[in-house]
Design a protein around this ligand. Structure first.
Ligand code: 2P0
Length: 351
């Protein structure tokens, strides 16, 4: 049997986050420093997560990376920046340190996934970016009734990536400049108050307005960028009809750089709204897999609600709904059988 050399291996899962005050635009492209602070909700890893195994050994002669089992290029400047940061941290602190700074070097919004619950990424003031960090505003246990429905509408790859899109916006959109300087600072303070007070009316209204303004800056970009499509607009109108029928904000939508809708709501509204979505976008197949994630109860819709809210159904337009809620930050995986790499440092399934 070959002699076992010292091999350090760690496996970790990390969550997805969805911004309610959007990040769009950098003031420093290398360090990934944003033009405005942003705020997001970390989603629960029982429904959506990434799993990463890192292995280090004195015997390794080069850095290698596999993404979904396929070997990927480690030469990308952002990846190099992350690897550099991680090895500096390891030397200085063991494994502790300001991890959101490392994550930010990989992708700006990723730094908000280093914490659970409600997370603010502070813009910071320093040119070296040392104060551009993520902070937890409230833990995932703070608002137990809050729920998230991801309406998956399309598997299409987006036409303009976020990195390139936001750069064009910074270069050409006067609305984005106004937003970063004058709108976001006030909204951020207000959003933190709504979260602190668990005020869904305020939270939902502001989340919708901020999503809309982000997409308005995309339209104000020249040439313009379109992330919303007809179906996204259909879902926006549906949410407004639903809220108008109830006379208050029961659901709130937000859209990132793509057409999928993320709906915030409270636990007592999930079953009714899911049924509204099912009636508005009748599943193409028998609908078995239409609702995924956390269980959703049955609901029968009153006739007045159907008549007022479900207009012109579009069959098959929503592929499925993922029901989830706020969740914790990255979790180390203790069970060694879950490592994605083997003792030789190569992917287990592809070795
Ligand atoms: C956000 N988005 O706050 C906003 C809203 C998309 C729309 O952060 O260039 O993938 O890697 O820093 O983080 C998408 O931008 O861009 C994003 P980079 P990233 O979630």
């Amino acid at each position: 049997m070959a002699e076992e050399r010292a091999l350090a291996m760690v496996t970790c899962t990390a969550p997805v986050n969805i911004a309610v005050i959007k990040y769009w635009g950098k003031r420093d492209n290398d360090l990934i420093l944003p033009i405005n602070s942003s705020l997001s909700v970390t989603l629960h890893q029982d429904q959506l997560k990434t799993t990463t195994t890192a292995a280090a050994s004195r015997d390794f002669t080069e850095d290698r990376l596999w993404l979904n089992g396929e070997e990927a290029d480690v030469g990308h400047p952002r990846l190099q920046a992350c690897l550099r940061e991680v090895s500096a941290l390891a030397r200085l602190y063991g494994v502790e340190g300001e991890l959101s700074e490392v994550a930010r070097r990989g992708s700006g919004s990723a730094c908000r996934s280093m914490l659970g619950g409600f997370v603010q990424w502070q813009r910071g003031e320093r040119p070296d970016g040392r104060d551009s960090l993520a902070h937890q505003v409230a833990p995932e246990t703070h608002w137990p009734e809050l729920r998230v429905l991801v309406l998956v509408v399309s598997g299409e790859k987006k036409q303009v990536g976020s990195t390139a899109g936001m750069q064009t916006s910074v270069d050409t959109s006067p609305l984005l400049k106004h937003r970063a300087e004058a709108v976001v600072p006030e909204r951020l303070a207000l959003m933190m108050r709504h979260i602190r007070e668990r005020d869904f009316e305020g939270f939902g209204q502001l989340a919708m307005r901020d999503s809309n303004q982000f997409h308005a800056t995309c339209l104000d970009t020249f040439p313009p960028i379109f992330y919303l499509n007809d179906l996204s607009r259909h879902i926006i109108a549906l949410a407004h009809r639903f809220n108008a029928h109830h006379g208050r904000t029961k659901v709130a939508y937000t859209f990132d750089a793509g057409p999928n809708a993320v709906i915030f709501t409270l636990a007592d509204t999930v079953a009714e709204f899911v049924e509204v979505v099912r009636r508005s976008f009748p599943p193409a197949t028998n609908g078995d897999q239409f609702v995924r994630g956390l269980p959703v109860g049955a609901a029968s819709l009153p006739e007045e609600l159907l008549a007022a809210v479900v207009t012109e159904p579009v069959p098959g337009a929503v592929r499925y709904i993922l029901h989830t809620k706020p969740g914790p930050g990255p979790q180390p995986v203790e069970d060694p059988s879950q490592h994605l790499l083997g003792a030789d440092g190569l992917p287990r399934r592809c070795a």
